[in-house]
Design a protein around this ligand. Structure first.
Ligand SMILES: *Cc1c(COP(=O)(O)O)cnc(C)c1O
Length: 383
């Protein structure tokens, strides 16, 4: 059995080494390191993959979120509703832009924003909702889009963890998450489902006006060379990263399928352990079928409901089984984002989850014997 890793980037690279190496050398030889043809090519291939009109590449997923908010031309103090249970980048950019983050508790089963609580938080200053498709599972976009229409709010999807996942509407229509709201954002951080060999990110939109604004903002607010119409940023995907992503994009569906297969095997092996709750799929998907793309398992996250999560974590360390705790502290408790308006008792579910969750190794190269080894150790320890 190979050494178990949380994410196995080495094996993934080795499997397509010649394609990646060729793509990188081509960029080096072309010397078009910034905004070279590789960036154009990747953007247009990704737009096809996502079935979205515009893909605007940028330097990382955090920038993508920041630029998305900048494109909405909001005023200081405007309120942005997002989830209490996400990576800090989501809320960080809201605060950075002098907007006010309104954090919302999550659904205990999907780990995604609770839409009933979301509705109650809407006020006269609310301008946008930022749902996060956490761990690869789409948020309840049917309800979120309905709410946004009723209250005239923008929707920015943080799709850093769910690229390739599809959401099925009641009408039967399926769309890739990240293309449903006004703007979608993603990250190509190496460990994401589609990762480059450094930092990278992108924005998605079907709105021509927003696309123009975004292209200017990522380029110093320039719409015409050396004419700076708005305050922008410098946020670019470099050509080497674009070439690597272009080589990897054709494999994204198979990577996601491998993740789903591993998730199904984990859940099957752990199903009889009554101290564990295995991941639950959004409504509309009864099982991890490996073909419906409803959850792309950026993380495989279980809940230990017997208060033994930390003991299990210590034990896994002794067994050299890597794991992650995403996320150990809800955002409403973080020093940087604490606020009088966030009452701890309004965050029952994020408080519960941060005590119970543990994420097991998950990547496209996980083998059956590794999953058996991990699940046997966990079952034995909890017995
Ligand atoms: C990774 C991630 C980001 C930030 O992406 P970077 O490329 O690291 O800046 C934002 N939101 C979520 C939910 C993420 O997982």
């Amino acid at each position: 059995m190979n050494k178990i890793q949380m994410v196995d980037l080495q094996s993934q690279y080795k499997n397509i080494k010649s394609e990646i190496d060729t793509a990188v050398i081509d960029v080096i030889e072309s010397s078009q390191y910034i905004n070279g043809p590789a960036v154009q090519e990747f953007s247009s291939n990704l737009a096809k993959y996502m079935s979205v009109k515009h893909v605007i590449p940028c330097a990382n997923g955090t920038d993508a979120l920041q630029v998305a908010l900048m494109a909405l031309e909001l005023n200081p103090g405007d309120e942005i509703i997002t989830t209490d249970f996400t990576f800090a980048a989501t809320v960080e950019v809201i605060a950075l832009l002098n907007l006010k983050p309104i954090l919302i508790d999550v659904d205990l089963e999907t780990f995604n924003i609770d839409c009933d609580k979301l509705v109650n938080a809407i006020g006269p200053k609310t301008k946008a909702i930022v749902p996060v498709h956490l761990f690869g599972q789409p948020a309840d976009m049917e309800k979120i889009m309905q709410i946004s229409k009723e209250h005239n709010l923008y929707v920015i999807e943080d799709n850093a963890q769910a690229i390739g996942a599809k959401y099925q509407f009641k009408s039967g229509i399926k769309k890739k998450v990240g293309t449903i709201g006004d703007i979608g954002t993603t990250s190509f951080f190496p460990s994401k489902n589609l990762g480059c060999f450094g930092d990278g990110g992108a924005l998605f939109t079907n709105n021509d006006e927003l696309a123009i604004k975004i292209r200017g903002i990522v380029n110093h607010g320039m719409y015409k060379r050396y004419h700076h119409d708005v305050v922008g940023v410098n946020s670019r995907l470099d050509s080497v990263q674009a070439a690597i992503l272009n080589a990897k994009l054709p494999y994204l569906n198979s990577y996601n399928k491998s993740r789903q297969d591993s998730a199904r095997k984990y859940s099957e092996a752990l199903k009889n352990c009554n101290q564990i709750i295995t991941p639950i799929l959004s409504k509309g998907c009864a099982e991890i079928c490996g073909s419906c793309d409803c959850h792309v398992f950026h993380q495989y996250t279980i809940r230990i409901i017997s208060k033994k999560r930390d003991q299990l974590a210590d034990y896994l360390l002794t067994q050299k089984i890597p794991f992650g705790i995403y996320y150990p502290i809800p955002l409403h408790k973080q020093k940087a984002y604490k606020s009088e308006s966030f009452k701890d008792e309004e965050f029952v579910n994020t408080n519960t989850l941060s005590d119970q969750v543990i994420s097991l190794p998950m990547h496209s190269e996980l083998s059956d014997d590794q999953i058996d080894f991990i699940t046997n150790k966990i079952i034995k320890f909890l017995a």
